[in-house]
Design a protein around this ligand. Structure first.
Ligand code: TYC
Length: 113
């Protein structure tokens, strides 16, 4: 008798060595880690310079940039964006380089989220 996938006779027990459990597998595609870019307060960098940095490198409008600058000024530090490692590293480098060229002590760092 043929082993129909639909009809199993009394004598057929489907004893093909497996347990008949269907295991659904999903490819494990891990999302890449994200990094927070942080801006630190200091007593010397002019407020308008920080606002300009946030507009120029983080795509904020003037109102958003001013508000976030004030948050850093009052709280000491704030997250200004969350990016992949490469983008975060680039942003930090751009800010640090821009601040250094203008002789301001502004500090920008990144940390894994
Ligand atoms: N505290 C600075 C001042 O009073 C302004 C400032 C804000 C500096 C944010 C750095 O990340 C900073 N001029």
């Amino acid at each position: 008798m043929t082993r129909s996938p639909f009809i199993m006779s009394k004598n057929q027990n489907d004893d093909d060595g497996d347990t008949g459990v269907v295991v659904e597998t999903r490819a494990k595609t891990k999302r890449p880690p994200l990094y927070k870019v942080l801006l630190l307060n200091d007593d010397f960098t002019p407020m308008e310079f920080v606002v300009h940095v946030l507009e120029r490198f983080f795509g904020m409008n003037h109102a958003q940039a001013f508000e976030l600058m004030l948050t850093v000024h009052k709280k000491g530090v704030a997250v200004v964006g969350v990016f992949s490692f490469e983008i975060a590293e680039t942003k930090v480098g751009q800010v640090m380089d821009f601040a250094r060229r203008h002789q301001h002590p502004l500090q920008c760092t990144m940390e894994k989220e």
